[in-house]
Design a protein around this ligand. Sequence first.
Ligand SMILES: Cc1cc2nc3c(=O)[nH]c(=O)nc-3n(C[C@H](O)[C@H](O)[C@H](O)COP(=O)(O)O)c2cc1C
Length: 218
Amino acid sequence: MKKIIIIDGGPRKTFNTASMLQKIAEGAASVSEEIEVKTVRLYGMDYKGCMSCLTCKIKDKAVNVCKFRDALTPVLEEVAQADGLVMGSPIYFSEVTAQLRAFLERLIFPWLSYNDYSLTAPKRIPVILTYTMNADAEQARGVYQSMGIIESCLNRAMGDVEHVDAHNTYQVKNYDRYELAGFSEAAKREYRDQNWENDLQRAYDAGRRMAEKIIANQ
Ligand SMILES: Cc1cc2nc3c(=O)[nH]c(=O)nc-3n(C[C@H](O)[C@H](O)[C@H](O)COP(=O)(O)O)c2cc1C
């Protein structure tokens, strides 16, 4: 079996990010019975970001999987063995959520050598990043800038990082119920009607592509 781990970094179990991740899972699973997909919801877990214990960098005992023990430990160990990694998050203040950020600290810091600044993951595996946000494609440039260092680490360590994002998402089911006058519900609805199915399809296709790559490389 080949394993794809999906890390859901959003709090809402059924909204935009979760829907995109669900489609990636469906797309991946549709490729072969050899593909197992497991989704981990970070918001259901109790864990910390990097504790700066530097255990991963002890002389002659350096490791590239975080050794700090909490609820994230088994997930990080599973990711180290996995064949594909998908991470999804709503965008909060132009970055991924605090939960996904904390996960990424624990994931990436052990890859980084402070001897020569090289980055070595336990395995080079394909990665998909899924961000959902109010921003349109143009406004989203700020998001990609904010995430630049983290994403360049992922790119250097993994080499195969694909984005499947959804812009200008519907934030609530009923805009009349909330103080959200800065958004035109009519414009949101029109954008959603024109794009959301396509976003979900792109997510499904990305999941398929990831699974196909994994099967082809086995
Ligand atoms: C605390 C908070 C901060 C947000 N900040 C941004 C932001 O900086 N840029 C943006 O485009 N959308 C922002 N949003 C909107 C969400 O990213 C967007 O609604 C997203 O699709 C929600 O994902 P979900 O439906 O999976 O929860 C913010 C939402 C919240 C709750």
